[in-house]
Design a binder for this molecule. Structure first.
Ligand SMILES: [Zn+2]
Length: 451
């Protein structure tokens, strides 16, 4: 399908079927990314004001909280701070699912959605049909940062079953064809399929490849570095998993195009993405408020905390100060590209995917990725925290190599985590993926209360 035909005919029709307005919102977002930081913030808070006012009037959960604590939405907006409101976690969303629903909106606006339980508890929620175009429009805008226009060929190396089911079978194949998409299921990636997937990718000639970071790194390892570039491919976006510097380097060496990091999720929608400067991830701030929070309070740029999101595109079930479960750091610098969309400096992985030491230190995935990059005998690894003072590190050695880095890893780990951290190793042939095809570097077996 020619991209311009897709843009002019198929996509407008498809958008009408889905009752979405991403194509109308795109020119608006193209303009707003160049506003001054003050103008952008004002726009963001205008949308937040509408959401908070609505939550106060029509969402029982928020009406009760605001009335009890005498919180007035207007004063929140005036102070440009949501700190008076509690954080919203998955458990509360599940327990309060009915009282979080707006009482004044028609049922056809409620679109059921959910996340799997691969890295936390499953969550069922509703998206707002009338506002659903914002996220997709922002994704299209971010593709244009790399000169990839709406409707151009895009391949996905993706995992979650529920994301791919719509593109399987006869109808699914017609749909992907009509929308210029190629779907490669990440969970089928193996030594046997690596070259086959590569062949399909080269035949399809995508402009863009979107993939799980870990799965793509695994694919790059299986493919080696001697292949010609994929015809037409100009950028790779990785998402849904942590992107480590080592993975980025390995993927770029194999595929010979730049790799950009994206952050988002089914519950968070599209949050942030790197532009070509790659100084941080530009936040999709017309559509969300992002806070970095420690103990309920916002921390300064440069400080690590949990990423907390207020989605401005959901009136049917408002996500206000929703805990993402991921840790991150803000950067208050302006990007050299000239866009005023603020920068998320980096993402440090999931809160529960971190090691906690006896003295309260938090060690996240990048630490181990950094240690392991200097161990040529290690192909894959996974760190399990079994107790506050006990780790089990599962190692998959490189083919035809002995695992000899054990003393080195032990020494560095104990240097950072204390000598009382007992470290055991288990050498295996492979590490199973999560149900949705993701790779986890750290698995904590401490209960939430112990952590
Ligand atoms: Zn930029």
């Amino acid at each position: 399908m020619k991209p311009y035909l897709l843009r002019r005919l198929i996509l407008p029709a498809w958008q009408r079927v889905k009752r979405q307005n991403s194509l109308d919102l795109l020119p608006y977002l193209e303009r707003t990314q160049w506003l001054s930081p003050d103008e952008l913030e004002a726009l963001q808070w205008r949308r937040a004001a509408a959401l908070l006012e609505h939550a106060h009037e029509h969402v029982p959960y928020y009406r009760s909280i605001m009335r009890k604590s005498r919180i007035d939405p207007e004063s929140l907006v005036r102070n440009r701070s949501l700190e008076m409101l509690p954080l919203l976690d998955r458990l509360t969303m599940t327990e309060q699912r009915d009282s979080l629903r707006a009482t004044n909106l028609p049922t056809e606006r409620f679109v059921p959605n959910g996340t799997g339980g691969s890295t936390g508890e499953p969550l069922l929620f509703f998206d707002d049909r009338n506002e659903a175009g914002w996220s997709e429009a922002a994704i299209w805008r971010s593709h244009r940062w790399y000169d990839v226009d709406v409707g151009e060929r895009c391949a996905y190396l993706w995992g979650a079953n529920f994301d791919l089911t719509g593109y399987q079978g006869f109808i699914g194949r017609i749909k992907s064809r009509a929308l210029n998409l190629l779907m490669l299921p990440a969970w089928e990636l193996s030594e046997a399929t690596a070259s086959l997937f590569w062949k399909r990718l080269c035949q399809f000639k995508p402009r863009l490849l979107v993939a799980y970071a870990g799965a793509l790194h695994h694919w790059a390892r299986l493919l080696g570095n001697d292949r010609d570039p994929v015809p037409g491919l100009c950028a790779i976006i990785v998402s849904a998993e942590m992107l480590y510097d080592e993975s980025r380097g390995a993927i770029e060496t194999c595929f010979k195009v730049p790799v950009y990091n994206r952050y988002g999720g089914r519950d968070l929608h599209f949050v942030a993405q790197e532009c070509q400067v790659r100084r941080g991830l530009h936040i999709n701030s017309e559509n969300l408020l992002l806070e970095i929070v420690k103990d309920g309070r916002q921390v300064a740029p440069g400080e690590l905390g949990e990423i907390v999101i207020t989605r401005l595109d959901n009136f049917v079930m408002p996500f206000v100060r929703y805990r993402s479960g991921d840790m991150g750091v803000m950067n208050d610098a302006l990007c050299e590209c000239g866009r005023s969309l603020p920068l998320l400096d980096r993402i440090e992985g999931r809160v529960q995917d971190a090691i906690v030491t006896v003295d309260g230190k938090i060690i996240s995935g990048p630490f181990f990725a950094h240690v392991m990059k200097d161990c040529p005998d290690v192909r894959e690894f996974q760190v399990h925290q079994l107790a506050i003072d006990r780790l089990l590190i599962v190692i998959v050695p490189q083919a035809q190599r002995q695992f000899v880095s054990r003393p080195r890893i032990e020494r560095i780990a104990q240097q950072y985590m204390g000598r009382n951290m007992q470290i055991n190793f288990d050498v295996r042939e492979s590490i199973p993926l999560t149900r949705t095809g993701k790779r986890r570097i750290i698995v904590s077996h401490l209960s939430a209360s112990a952590a």
